[in-house]
Each structure stands twice: as structure tokens, then as C-alpha cells.
Design a protein around this ligand. Structure first.
Ligand SMILES: [Zn+2]
Length: 110
């Protein structure tokens, strides 16, 4: 993968956006911990992708997730998890407000 892709906006197909938005809605809990690092730059991982035939999941920081998101989704991951708040710059991704997830005031209407 070229590093040139990092400066371009991530473009995703409607199907890929649906998959990401569904994943954000249905799996809000992170499978990652502080010891899980980005495979590219060793920052804390904010996303995990298990690709077909891959032995180990790929993990990326927010920056590299955004850089590779289109290619990762095109590879049709068996499963994946992304930190929604790291995708707020990606057009079409429904990012929940972080405050709502922490409030716990019992007034949410979901
Ligand atoms: Zn990274």
C-alpha cells in the first residue's frame, strides 16, 4: 500500500458504509486493549480487521484506519471493529456523540 493514499480522503462504497455503520451500531465495545498497537506505526490501535485466510487480525491507529479503510473493506473482512470517533472525518459514517455514550443518565430513548 502506498503512503500517498494517506493524504486523500477515504472514499467508500454505499455497501461498505452500510457495513461500517452497522458495525458501529451493533458492536460498540472495543475488543482492543492498551497493549494492542497499530501494525504500521505502533500507536495505540483503534481498529481491528480480520481478513479472510489471515491468521492474525490487522490492527491500526485512527490515522492508518482512515488511510486504509477503503482497501480493508474491499478485502471483505470476516469481522472488524472500528472506534467510531476516529472515523468522524469519513463521509457517510454515523459517528455517535462521545458524550452520549458516557452520560449514563437513563434518559436516552434507545
Ligand atoms: Zn498507525
Amino acid at each position: 500500500m502506498s503512503t500517498n493514499t494517506m493524504t486523500k480522503p477515504t472514499t467508500l462504497s454505499p455497501v461498505q458504509l452500510d457495513q461500517i455503520n452497522e458495525a458501529i451500531k451493533t458492536a460498540p465495545e472495543s475488543p482492543l486493549n492498551a497493549l494492542d498497537l497499530c501494525d504500521r506505526c505502533s500507536k495505540g490501535a483503534k481498529a481491528q480487521f480480520t481478513l479472510p485466510h489471515a491468521e492474525n487480525p490487522l490492527r491500526f491507529c485512527g490515522h492508518h484506519t482512515r488511510a486504509y479503510l477503503g482497501a480493508l473493506m474491499a478485502a471483505q473482512p470476516v469481522s472488524f471493529w472500528v472506534a467510531a470517533e476516529d472515523l468522524w472525518t469519513v463521509n457517510g459514517v454515523d459517528v455517535p456523540a462521545p458524550d452520549n455514550r458516557r452520560a449514563g443518565d437513563g434518559l436516552t430513548d434507545s
